[in-house]
Design a protein around this ligand. Structure first.
Ligand SMILES: Cc1ncc(COP(=O)(O)O)c(C=O)c1O
Length: 492
């Protein structure tokens, strides 16, 4: 009879002090030892009896651990007549990748070119949670939590029983509520079936790029402009053509000279992002004419239109478009809550089917219950009430920020508060680099975005984008004063 190989010496270092059952702890220790290569294929394990004795545990505990390891393929052989480490150890991807870690750590995993998008605006100096004066933050304490919870409870009770939750265009009552609201407030002309609900403006931007253009085709982008739009277009493989902005909005004549026939134009006519100017009527018609001649699509991002401080509302571009070239983007990220992640597109009728098909490649439909809650929030008039209430708060905060900067930062900053929005641009008077200014402010506990983060081309005049909506007046005063002091201390 051949002699049995001696059992391996198990150095398990097990103290059994965790809260897990002992057989699970023993199982994990043995498995780790096998995967680490401490025990090799064919190694014979000690008998369950002797192992139990060595570890000071019951034999049943050892049997349970062995049984589990045998079931998973780590051990083989008959319990009692010698248990061995299996000849073929199932791969453990985690371990395997750890073994390769030296190599992998040096070379990044291969991903698509799109995923390598450079993030032009390096704002890594900002903290994860917003501090004053980070722009675009709604005041979270104003959110009507009790009302929203009541609506949520009501609609969750109906969940899975409302067939309208499953609609690839989005929940129809919400689409109708949006169409009615936009007709009243923005002069948008559309039917509910032209409204496509998406996961915020960002998804709308990417969906437009994906659906309307092929990689390599060109899009005019306001410069300075919304960096996340630029990123969505670059991510879809488009050629982004920066077109300068002046007091009247995107400069169509300059754009025509440099790149006469874009397939798409991205604009923010009601509040140019980030300068805050409103596109003049003459520019609007010039842009629509260009789009008609060149068969270009216009993407109108109508964000912030709700926040007007005394300035008369101007109807949106979509409302004066006679040729069906305008796609309207709206969102509830500011007017309801950023975490809601619901936005929408208003599409020319001829585009609806293509967008419906395109959206189904990335998601079947938006979350049903959230849409139902929002629909009731709008139809019952809560949205308009909430916006009115927020406006009063934001208007005071805007004044506080403007006054503080005028009082303490006159020699370094010049502000041109717009009658719309949630932030303002403070222009740097001295030859101070806006990124240096933002870095210095961040070091003193204040978040400010350098205007250059919005630009593709170097700016003639630099500035800081300062938000006021999300912070109490005392905090705004303190932060704004600190920015002014920090700027005075920077040597030019
Ligand atoms: C120009 C612009 N459009 C849209 C949005 C809203 O985007 P989302 O709905 O993805 O939050 C923002 C938010 O900051 C913005 O600045």
């Amino acid at each position: 009879m051949p002699k049995r190989a001696p059992a391996i010496d198990l150095q398990l270092n097990l103290t059994f002090c965790s809260g897990l059952p002992r057989h699970r702890q023993l199982y994990s220790a043995l498995k780790r030892a096998v995967l680490d290569g401490q025990f090799r294929s064919g190694n014979r394990l000690p008998s369950t009896r002797s192992l139990a004795r060595t570890l000071g545990i019951s034999r049943t505990t050892v049997l349970d651990a062995f049984e589990q390891l045998s079931a998973e393929g780590y051990l083989e052989g008959k319990v009692g007549s010698g248990t061995r480490v299996a000849c073929c150890i199932p791969g453990n991807p985690e371990r395997a990748s750890q073994r390769l870690s030296g190599r992998l750590a040096r070379s990044a995993p291969r991903v698509s070119q799109r995923a390598h998008l450079p993030i032009e605006e390096d704002l890594s100096f900002l903290q994860t949670s917003a501090r004053p004066l980070r722009p675009g933050q709604p005041e979270s304490s104003l959110f009507p939590r009790t009302l929203w919870s009541r609506l949520a409870a009501k609609h969750w009770r109906r969940a899975n029983r409302d067939p309208e939750h499953i609609d690839s265009l989005g929940y129809r009552p919400l689409r109708k509520a949006i169409a009615d609201y936009l007709a009243r407030i923005r002069g948008v002309r559309c039917e509910p079936d032209q409204v496509l609900i998406v996961g915020g403006a960002q998804q709308a931007l990417y969906l437009c790029a994906y659906t309307l253009l092929d990689p390599g085709e060109s899009v005019w982008m306001e410069d300075p402009g919304y960096p996340r739009a630029r990123r969505a277009f670059l991510g879809a493989g488009l050629k982004v053509v920066p077109v300068p902005v002046d007091a009247e909005g995107i400069n169509v004549a300059v754009g025509r000279k440099s790149h006469p026939s874009p397939r798409l134009v991205f604009v923010t006519p009601s509040f140019q992002c980030p300068l805050g100017s409103m596109m003049s009527l003459a520019r609007r018609f010039e842009l629509l004419q260009m789009a008609k001649e060149q068969a270009s699509w216009i993407l109108e991002d109508d964000y912030f239109h709700e926040y007007r401080y005394g300035a008369a509302p101007v109807a949106c571009l979509q409302s004066i478009d006679e040729t069906g070239r305008v796609i309207y983007i709206g969102n509830f990220s500011k007017s309801v809550a950023p975490s809601l992640r619901i936005g929408y597109l208003v599409l020319p009728p001829g585009l609806v089917e293509s967008f419906q098909r395109a959206r189904s490649t990335i998601s079947r439909q938006p979350p049903g219950v959230e849409q139902a809650i929002l629909a009731e929030f709008i139809t019952e008039g809560h949205l308009e009430w909430f916006i009115k209430m927020s406006l009063r708060v934001y208007s005071d905060r805007r004044d506080v920020l403007a006054e503080t900067i005028r009082k303490y930062g006159e020699q370094n900053l010049e502000i041109s508060p717009s009658g719309v929005g949630m932030y303002l641009v403070a222009w740097l008077k001295q030859r101070i680099d806006d990124r240096d200014a933002a870095l210095a402010a961040a070091a003193h506990g204040v978040d400010a975005i350098p205007l250059s983060a919005f630009c593709s081309r170097p700016l003639r005049r630099k500035g800081l984008v300062l938000g006021y909506s999300g912070y109490e007046p005392e905090r705004i005063q303190l932060a704004a004063r600190r920015v002014c002091e920090v700027l005075s201390a920077i040597k030019t």
